[in-house]
Design a protein around this ligand. Structure first.
Ligand SMILES: NC(=O)c1ccc[n+]([C@@H]2O[C@H](COP(=O)([O-])OP(=O)(O)OC[C@H]3O[C@@H](n4cnc5c(N)ncnc54)[C@H](OP(=O)(O)O)[C@@H]3O)[C@@H](O)[C@H]2O)c1
Length: 304
């Protein structure tokens, strides 16, 4: 039996929910939601640390609505960086393993190849800058931390702050509007949080520290992802590919957001399965696969 005690911040979120579900059967785990534990409230964090005495903290809490971050810089840095510094320091002081989540957005997306852990970060949005500051704070205060950069998350417990995950939003959009547009020049690896959760727990069990890139395998564009969603969900509406256009005041998003892990290769962590296999399983488990398809009307709109 394990003697680990996990504290997962940002409980109720996509990734936190899957981590909690996978740990719950055999490990002590507490995953408080923001209303119970706001990570920017250091006295609340102190109380939870005293009560739980965690051996592992996984920080899934984040302010990651990319567009809202552009307008709320202070909140972005408060949640994504300053609170991370305090969590990291508290973990280091108590010899607690600190795991922190970061993003492919720390790269500017101008490279032609996937980004590895050794690639130079060049964040170009408030969200991305605050997340890179969070990474640096994690290592500055907890040198043995594990910082996991990931991308394009969707899970069975939808992202409440964004009105459900991308998969659900695209299916709803197709149902409501018929044909619609999706950007085809932003590349990423969509990642199922259930797969990411098992990858993280595996990395923690193996004692991996430092920066680790962790996504499902393969790559596509938001348009390719949307077409796969429509195909697997049996939704027969055209998805028109469009180029990214950026209006003044909106966030700069990396065109190449594909991550590769040289660290996983070096330490022998098994890669996560392909993004298509993961998507098919997610749609099945969410009851959104072709067996549940509904007829579509027609109209045109665009995303994002
Ligand atoms: N989603 C993606 O596509 C994506 C891509 C790359 C990296 N990531 C990173 O992966 C991690 C997990 O993402 P996710 O998709 O699982 O996010 P999620 O579903 O939105 O969960 C994040 C949780 O953090 C909570 N939270 C926000 N501010 C908080 C605070 N001050 N104190 C405590 N909790 C707070 C949110 O609560 P409320 O809903 O009440 O605000 C939410 O429940 C984040 O670090 C994110 O930056 C995500």
């Amino acid at each position: 039996m394990s003697i680990e005690r996990f504290l997962i911040t940002g409980g109720g979120g996509q990734l936190a929910s899957d981590l909690e579900a996978q740990l719950r059967p055999h490990t002590d785990v507490l995953a408080p939601s923001r209303s119970t534990l706001d990570i920017t409230d250091d006295s609340a964090v102190e109380s939870v640390f005293s009560a739980v005495r965690p051996t592992v903290v996984v920080n899934c809490a984040a302010f990651h609505n990319v567009e809202v971050c552009e307008r709320e810089e202070d909140r972005a840095f408060a949640v994504n960086a300053r609170a991370v510094a305090r969590l990291a320091r508290r973990c280091a002081d108590g010899r607690v393993t600190f795991v922190h989540l970061s993003t492919n957005y720390v790269f500017d997306g101008t490279a032609s190849d996937p980004y590895t852990e050794d690639s130079v970060a060049a964040p170009r949005s408030i969200y991305a800058m605050s997340k890179l500051a969070g990474e640096r704070a994690a290592f500055a205060y907890a040198p043995g931390a594990l910082v996991i950069r990931t991308a394009g998350l969707y899970g069975l417990h939808g992202s409440a702050s964004k009105g459900g995950n991308f998969v659900v939003r695209m299916i709803n959009r197709a149902n409501a509007q018929g044909s619609f547009r999706v950007v085809a020049d932003q590349l990423l690896t969509p990642t199922f949080t259930a797969d990411l959760a098992s990858g993280i727990l595996n990395a923690v069990a193996e004692g991996v520290t430092g920066t680790l890139h962790l996504t499902n395998s393969g790559a596509t564009s938001w348009h390719g992802f949307t077409e796969a969603i429509m195909a697997f969900a049996g939704v027969d509406v055209p998805v028109e590919p469009v180029q990214t256009t950026r209006s003044p005041g909106t966030a700069d998003r990396p065109l190449n957001g594909v991550l590769r892990s040289v660290v996983a290769e070096r330490v022998g962590l098994a890669p996560l399965r392909s993004w298509r296999e993961a998507l098919a399983e997610y749609l099945n488990r969410a009851g959104l696969n072709a067996a549940n398809k509904v007829p579509m009307p027609a109209a045109v709109s665009s995303y994002p």
